[in-house]
Design a protein around this ligand. Structure first.
Ligand code: PBG
Ligand code: ZN
Length: 323
């Protein structure tokens, strides 16, 4: 049998005609960290280019984002006061509710996603309510309070909620709570497959959410478990999630592909803080062609099957796409 061993030589035009994977600015969601005050824009030491901002600064940031073509953001609140149940996250005058309102009022065309979790709001830094006797997260008590958080976000004007605490049954609980409150059309993006990962280190600096005791391995997933990772996402699909997610991204692209092949839902990856910090440090020391590696990384997410990329690099990516 004749076998052709020569591959076609691609020139610029042919290369773009046959390209299989694309990164678009519309694929990106940019994370923002918001704290109270005015005129505050503090860079995070471990994440150059990422800031804690007060609401007024965030409103300015949105203008810049829109100029770059980025219309999707995910919000994380850093409250003035943290306590054992994360009261600030349940209060209309808390940082997250105020932020959602202010952003939607000034920028109704921004698509505002909110992280539903407790670790940024609790003094112990865990993603739920703690049983004091045995220092473990009380799953069901956390579900109840998460529903309150989600409804607060919805009433403030959030366009999509994203529960990140990995509590069992969270999607069904939130879907029922939102439907019951009249928010049948508010989508839920589940952090459905979220690994207990060392790559979250810098985020915990920004969000000031490092657990004061223990770690998150009782509710986040073991990085060694592939089948369980798929099951977690499929279970969230059955509970009514609208979008699934794998987090972190880079070390888990096999999981991204496998979930993609087992669901018809859109799939997001969270390109997390530690992944960002690694590239930034390599850039700083001139160890790599940063722009090239950055785009190669983004393409790898899309090639693995991601539809949506949540990334601290979003603004840089948007700039490179414009070129
Ligand atoms: C909160 C949350 C975390 C991240 C997103 N939402 C931190 C964590 O689970 O410790 C991590 C994002 C990142 O590292 O960039 N549950
Ligand atoms: Zn959390």
């Amino acid at each position: 049998m004749f076998q052709r061993f020569r591959r076609i030589r691609l020139n610029k035009h042919l290369r773009s005609l046959v390209r299989e994977t694309h990164v678009r600015v519309d694929d990106l969601i940019y994370p923002l960290f918001i704290r109270s005050g005015e005129g505050i824009k503090t860079e995070v030491a471990s994440m150059p280019g990422v800031f804690q901002m007060s609401i007024d600064e965030v409103l300015k940031e949105c203008i810049e984002l829109k100029e770059l073509g980025i219309y999707s953001i995910i919000l994380f609140g850093i409250p003035e006061v943290k306590d054992s149940v994360g009261s600030d996250s349940l209060c209309e005058h808390g940082i997250i509710a105020l932020s959602i309102r202010a952003i939607k009022e000034a920028h109704p065309d921004m698509f505002v996603v909110t992280d539903v979790c407790f670790c940024e709001y609790t003094d112990h830094g865990h993603c739920g309510i703690i049983d004091v006797q045995n220092e473990t997260v009380n799953n069901d008590a956390t579900l109840e309070l998460s529903a309150q958080q989600a409804i607060l976000h919805a009433k403030a004007g959030a366009d999509m909620i994203a529960p990140s605490g990995m509590m069992d049954g969270i999607i069904q609980t939130l879907r029922e709570a939102l439907d019951g409150a009249g928010f049948e059309n508010l989508p839920i993006m589940s952090y459905s497959t979220k690994f207990a990962s060392g790559y979250y280190g810098p985020f915990r600096d920004v969000a000031e959410s490092t657990p004061s005791f223990g770690d998150r391995s009782s509710y986040q997933m073991d990085p060694a478990n592939r089948r369980e990772a798929i099951n977690e996402s499929i279970s969230d699909e059955m509970q009514g999630a609208d979008i699934l997610m794998v987090k972190p991204a880079l070390a888990y692209l096999d999981i991204v592909r496998e979930i993609k092949d087992n669901t018809s839902l859109p799939l997001a990856v969270y390109n997390v803080s530690g992944e960002y910090a690694m590239l930034k440090l390599a850039q700083k020391h001139d160890l790599i062609d940063y722009d090239r590696v950055l785009m190669e990384t983004m393409i790898s997410f899309k090639r693995a099957g991601a539809d949506i990329i949540i990334s601290y690099h979003a603004k840089e990516v948007a700039k490179l796409l414009k070129k």
